[in-house]
Design a protein around this ligand. Structure first.
Ligand SMILES: *Cc1c(COP(=O)(O)O)cnc(C)c1O
Length: 384
């Protein structure tokens, strides 16, 4: 019988140590493995770039939670994305991605892959007709989807996009970082591969940088596995272990992130200092119904547009106390950011540019009344 998500998050790939009975499998902080005679590998382990038991335990866990044939863990989200792109792109091929993908993803393709002979086109991913036209305009090797998107929290229809992408012969990739596998299961909706910055919700404690690729079938698994081994941007044992430790509480954390964020979104919507709240859990959000169908809850990320513009946005981002001003997201602690000069500074001047009146909140799992109080006091300081 298949167990529920949180049961699998605690047990998949996490058998106790057979020699000592340790409930938590040890960190195999070892680069190499003794052979019983030449080629006599114990458990298949030879050298830690090709495989390490701690990384294996994380990869088994991630494959299980995303419902994939295999998962591959990397030193960062971007190195995971790069390994997947090396497996599916070649000079002369083309990638179509959303016009609001994570800035680092756009930079990776635009500044690293395009000079190597790949063509990049961006499209409004929440507009299915526009995507259909884009993938039919020229041969498309990869359709790259990110939903919810950052920082405007647009929602794209994964099942419909998988169909459109497959009809055009493209590999369909979903960056599932914002939702996490707890809220959204892209492979079950038809995607071929999922990528994660495990730095964010999966790690969940702002103490580890990492990334992952999870694939639906064995053929793509063989390609990504070869790139992981052949290029070598693997996650280290300690990082893999910390990530496994984070995943055990993913479900309870994301439930709390989601309920806290919904409460804050409701409080901000209608506040005189706030022009607009971008949160898929609000009925006013254009992707609300789709998100309700596609996601278990609406997650911990939201953005607000300040009525008084850029100066007010900057002031708000610098006036919260519990929400700390920092890059990144998805940790237990609440963070606030000013995308146009922080996370999205690298896309200024491109069509991915973010309005300078927007502030992004990564709502943590602190007590909701404290978070509400913090946001409210910061907004009240705008009038002063
Ligand atoms: C952070 C992030 C990445 C990049 O991951 P790193 O771990 O920083 O390399 C990719 N996609 C999204 C949506 C992200 O938030």
């Amino acid at each position: 019988m298949t167990h529920g998500f949180s049961t699998r998050a605690i047990h998949a790939g996490q058998e106790f140590d057979p020699t000592t009975g340790a409930v938590v499998p040890p960190i195999y902080q070892s680069s190499t493995f003794v052979q019983d005679g030449i080629g006599g590998f114990r458990g298949g382990y030879e050298y830690a770039r090709s495989a390490n038991p701690t990384r294996d335990s994380l990869q088994t866990l991630l494959a299980d939670l995303e419902g994939g044939a295999a998962a591959f863990s990397f030193a960062s989200g971007l190195s995971a994305e790069d390994a997947l792109l090396r497996s599916v792109l070649a000079p002369g091929t083309r990638i179509v991605m959303g016009n609001d993908v994570y800035g680092g993803t756009h930079r990776l393709v635009n500044r690293v892959w395009v000079p190597w002979g790949v063509t990049l086109d961006t499209v409004e991913m929440s507009d299915l007709d526009a995507v259909r036209a884009a993938v039919q305009a020229a041969p498309t090797a990869v359709l790259w989807v990110e939903t919810p998107s950052n920082p405007l929290m647009k929602i794209s229809d994964i099942a419909a996009l998988a169909e459109i992408g497959h009809a055009a012969g493209a590999v369909v990739v979903v960056d599932n970082t914002f939702a996490s596998p707890y809220l959204q299961q892209p492979l079950a909706l038809g995607a071929d591969a999922v990528v994660h910055s495990t730095t964010k919700y999966i790690g969940g404690h702002s103490d580890v940088v990492g990334g992952a690729v999870v694939v639906r079938d064995d053929e793509l698994a063989a390609k990504v596995g070869f790139v992981q081994f052949g290029v070598g941007a693997v996650s280290a044992p300690m990082e893999a272990w910390l990530t496994v430790r984070g995943i055990k509480t993913l479900g309870v954390r994301v439930d709390r992130h989601s309920s806290n964020a919904l409460a804050i979104a409701h409080a901000l919507e209608g506040h005189p200092a706030v022009e607009r709240v971008y949160y898929p859990g609000l009925e006013s959000h254009p992707g609300h119904e789709l998100a309700a169908r596609q996601m278990r809850a609406f997650g911990g990320m939201l953005s607000v547009q300040l009525t008084a513009g850029a100066a007010a946005a900057r002031r708000f981002a610098e006036s919260t106390e519990l929400f700390q001003l920092a890059e990144s997201l998805g940790g237990v602690e609440s963070l606030i950011g000013y995308p146009s000069e922080m996370t999205h500074a690298s896309v200024r001047g491109t069509e991915l540019e973010v309005p300078d009146s927007i502030v992004r909140l990564s709502v943590g799992i602190e007590d909701v009344d404290d978070l509400l109080g913090d946001v409210t006091q910061a907004l009240s300081r705008l009038d002063a």
